[in-house]
Design a protein around this ligand. Structure first.
Ligand SMILES: [Zn+2]
Length: 393
């Protein structure tokens, strides 16, 4: 048996049973890092030889499959492995935050090829912000053509754009228009996703893992993976924990206009709103002072404790094996330690067995997650079928 590559968003398993379209053959090849020989594929799929070879011919012609080195050395003609052709295919991953955008160009092997960072102000009109991000992306691409782009946004994202963005930080944005403009300018399919959810996908290490990724920067959000599958919820708002009301935030006004939200007590915005910390002016300057200013350290510790209180409910609900905390505030050791301790104090013991509360690989997790999501979407069996039909037509 060869190693399985994680299929986030699906069942975490390669297709079973008689699914024998070219798209399904490609999905099977994508699930294996070592690839399969033609004989393996005949065995696994139970397809007739002529049908399999017809499917493979179409996949070869579309540049989706290649023949790699022999599977094993033996006398006679050794079988050659067929593999998903992920060579020379690049994905653009764009993370749009409240005050900056991070842009990465990645290979499908998740290697980061180039990166850029751009200051933005999310409250400005969409056209200007998106235009600046697109210009910087084109500069980074430098003539290279990505197969797709993923955009991580700090708000609930409904894949079908039915969810209203009222009262979110993107209240003045139109996500369908954003997608249309980006697809036209970047000349490739564009996928929009919530940023914390993208981070959760990037944090997955095992195919059937259950984990929660929490991003604490200017705002607070989380992404949920249950047994390898990304949880979006009924309308794309799963994991949007920032606006759950908690007693610790009573009397504090949230940017959503309500009173007492988690984000009003445990977020970068909340820290900057504390009277004795307001002088820092920017979240970056505030977190940099955590080691030297006791007032910052104390406020950061309290924010971590409050987040831990809210996450104890998440732990009881989902029983994750790991909570990965990232973002500018989330990775601070004082914040993480207080958060972890509060979860241990508040959650019920059966849900705490083997639970890890750790720092996220926040430098690249979101970009890697966006890259995985774009790949899953681009090479889903039904999309591959469409592509082949267009080529054939
Ligand atoms: Zn709120």
């Amino acid at each position: 048996m060869t190693q399985q590559r994680t299929l986030v968003g699906g069942s975490g398993q390669p297709p079973a049973g008689p699914a024998t379209s070219a798209g399904h053959v490609l999905q099977l090849l994508r699930s294996s890092t070592a690839g399969y020989s033609r004989a393996d594929l005949l065995d696994i799929t139970g397809m007739a030889r002529s049908t399999l070879y017809e499917r493979l011919d179409a996949l070869f012609a579309a540049g989706l499959v290649y023949e790699s080195t022999p599977l094993r050395s033996q006398r006679g003609r050794p079988p050659r492995a067929l593999r998903f052709d992920d060579r020379n295919k690049l994905v653009l991953a764009i993370e749009i935050g409240h005050t900056h955008a991070s842009i990465h160009l990645l290979s499908l092997g998740r290697d980061i090829v180039a990166s850029a960072r751009l200051p933005i102000e999310i409250s400005q009109p969409q056209e200007g912000v998106a235009g600046a991000v697109i210009e910087e992306s084109l500069r980074l691409l430098d003539g290279r053509q990505p197969v797709g782009a993923g955009v991580g946004l700090p708000a609930p994202v409904d894949p079908l754009h039915r969810l209203g963005l009222e009262r979110t930080v993107l209240a003045h944005w139109d996500l369908q228009r954003l997608q249309d403009v980006m697809e036209a300018r970047l000349d490739c399919p564009v996928l929009l996703e919530n940023d914390a959810r993208s981070m959760a996908v990037g944090e997955v290490r095992e195919p059937l893992e259950s984990l929660v990724a929490v991003k604490v920067s200017t705002g607070v959000g989380s992404g949920i993976i249950v047994r390898g599958a990304l949880v979006r919820g009924a309308h794309g708002a799963a994991g949007d924990i920032g606006h759950v009301r908690i007693p610790e935030a009573a009397g504090r006004l949230c940017r959503c206009g309500r009173d007492g939200c988690l984000a009003a007590a445990a977020s970068g915005r909340a820290l900057l709103a504390e009277p004795e910390l307001a002088g820092y002016g920017s979240l970056r300057r505030l977190v940099d002072a955590c080691g030297s200013d006791p007032a910052v350290r104390s406020a950061v510790t309290e924010a971590g404790r409050v987040l831990g209180r809210a996450l104890a409910a998440t732990v009881g609900t989902l029983n994750p094996g790991r909570i990965a905390v990232g973002g500018l505030v989330g990775v601070l050791p004082d914040f993480l330690a207080a958060c972890r301790q509060q979860i241990l104090d508040d959650a019920f013991e059966p849900s705490l067995v083997d639970l890890e509360v750790v720092s996220a690989d926040s430098r690249t997790a979101t970009a890697v997650g966006l890259c995985k999501l774009v790949e899953e979407s681009l090479y889903a069996p039904e999309r591959v079928e469409q592509l082949l039909a267009q080529r054939g037509g």
